[in-house]
Unconditional design. Structure first.
Length: 108
């Protein structure tokens, strides 16, 4: 989530890579995109490892609860989906570069 859900100005990619490399150099095994309960049973994890850190992340934006939001305005995209798109290298708004950010949380 940190690699695609945070803008580079908040967590530069080279720092993230360095931190992950440091952690794995200590012998920590990192598994991405594992669905616990589907891909592996929780009981198997408890048997196989001495310690577990399960990071579930924040995969969805908080609804703004404004009139018409559920219908979807043309050009409206939740903040987390916008950051995913930008960090994956594509622009979700190819017709223009003007973007309004509504909110004051970490995405803004």
């Amino acid at each position: 989530m940190a690699a695609v859900g945070l803008p580079d100005c908040r967590l530069p990619r080279h720092i993230l890579r360095r931190e992950v490399d440091l952690i794995t150099s200590l012998g920590v095994e990192i598994k991405y995109n594992v669905d616990v309960g589907k891909d592996i049973k929780f009981s198997e994890l408890l048997e196989e490892f001495d310690a577990l850190l399960i990071g579930v992340g924040a995969q969805d934006s908080t609804p703004m609860r404004v009139e018409g939001e559920e219908k979807g305005y043309k050009g409206f995209i939740p903040g987390i989906k916008y950051l995913f798109a930008i960090n994956k290298g594509y622009d979700p708004y190819p017709e223009g570069k003007r973007v309004a950010v509504v909110g004051g949380g970490n995405v803004a």
